[in-house]
Design a protein around this ligand. Sequence first.
Ligand code: 4NP
Length: 154
Amino acid sequence: MKILMVCLGNICRSPIAEGILRQKLKDGGFSHVATDSAGTSAFHVGEAPDRRMRATAKQNGVDIDDLRARQFVPADFDHFDIIYAMDQSNYNNIMSLAQTEDEKDKVKMILNEVNPSSNEAVPDPYYGGDEGFQHVFDLLDEATDVIIEKYVKG
Ligand code: 4NP
C-alpha cells in the first residue's frame, strides 16, 4: 500500500500530511504502508517544508525537516494506490493528468475521509498567520486517524 499526499507547493499541507501519517505508521509498526508527498506546481521543488510548518510540526511531536518538495508527475499514478488532494484545485489538476478510470479512482479529497462527500478543503496557510498552520495540523491529524483505521488496519 502506497499513499501520496498532494497540495500546490509541497511545502506546507502535503508534507505535514505525509509527516503525520509517517509518524503514525512508525508508532503503530505498520511497515507495509509507504507514504510520500508532491506539489502540483514546480514553484518550490527541492526546498524543505516552510519554516512555520516545520515549527508547528515539532510543537506537535512530528519532524518533517528531512522532506524536500517535488512536483507531481503522471508516473505517480502507477506508483501509488491512493492519491490525496488537499483542495479542489489540487484535485482538478491531478484529475486532468489521469488517463484511465483506474487512475481517476485513486484520487480523493483528503477531508472526505472525515466528512464524506463534503469536498472540504484543507485551507492553504501560506499567506496567513501562524494559527493557520496549527489548524492545518489538526485537520490532517484527524484525517490520518481515519486513514489508519480504514486502509492501514483494515
Ligand atoms: P502548500 O502551500 O500548497 O500547502 O505547499 C503553498 C505554498 C506555496 C505557494 C502556495 C501554496 N506559493 O504560491 O508559492
